[in-house]
Design a protein around this ligand. Structure first.
Ligand code: HEC
Length: 191
């Protein structure tokens, strides 16, 4: 009797396990590519940022962020066919969409509950005008090196330069460990 019940229980668990895994294959595959693209974006930008900080100081590095961040995003978008960008609830350059805002607010809740920014991500398949679209966001944590330009005590000359480039800048006052923003990637779901 117990055995039979167990048998039924195991069988139904297996069925539940197999069906969504199969249906989710295309999503999972594309998600892996998104994760790689986000990682590449972060790594490339951080490498150039650190090199510029070292050779020309933060004022030169602002120019790297200003010019290279959008370029790297555009290059990667072209290479992958995905639309890539970075955004934030307190943006310097890129205002979030309403969907991104909702996701970022949820990320803040997860962060407040103790999850590290590196472990926070979200994906969703939405019905767009031209079919299914896979949207993905990945939180970006604030590190010590970021505070030079995003902290609460930015050097006045540097701040003047930042404000000249971004008169609407809201991306200061961050502390280490805060969520600075997120990578946001979307593309049609090809399956
Ligand atoms: C030298 C100054 C400087 C440093 C250091 C710096 N940033 Fe930025 N950051 C900028 C500028 C300028 C922009 C706007 C460029 C853009 O994204 O188009 C920016 C934009 C961003 C954005 C895009 C969202 C928004 O606000 O528009 C994120 C996310 C971000 N920075 C995260 C970081 C993180 C994480 C670090 C540390 C690893 C960091 N930044 C270090 C200057 C800096």
């Amino acid at each position: 009797m117990t055995r039979k019940l167990l048998g039924v229980a195991v069988a139904s668990v297996l069925t539940i396990g197999i069906v969504p895994a199969h249906a989710g294959d295309a999503v999972e595959k594309q998600l892996q590519e998104y994760r790689q693209a986000a990682q590449m974006f972060g790594k490339t930008l951080k490498g150039e940022l650190q090199a510029a900080m070292k050779s020309g100081g933060p004022t030169a590095a602002v120019e790297v962020c200003n010019e290279r961040a959008p370029e790297i995003a555009a290059d990667l978008s072209e290479e992958t066919g995905f639309t890539l960008r970075r955004t934030s609830l307190k943006p310097r350059a890129t205002e979030p969409t309403s969907w991104e805002t909702a996701v970022l607010l949820d990320f803040e809740q997860q962060r407040a509950a103790g999850t590290a920014p590196a472990d926070i991500e979200w994906h969703e398949v939405v019905e767009a005008d031209d079919g299914k679209e896979l949207r993905y966001m990945k939180a970006i944590g604030t590190e010590g090196v970021c505070l030079t330009c995003h902290g609460g005590n930015v050097d006045p000359d540097l701040l003047a330069k930042i404000e000249k480039l971004y008169p609407e800048d809201r991306a200061t006052g961050f502390e280490e460990g805060d969520i600075r923003g997120a990578f946001s990637i979307h593309a049609s779901l090809d399956n």
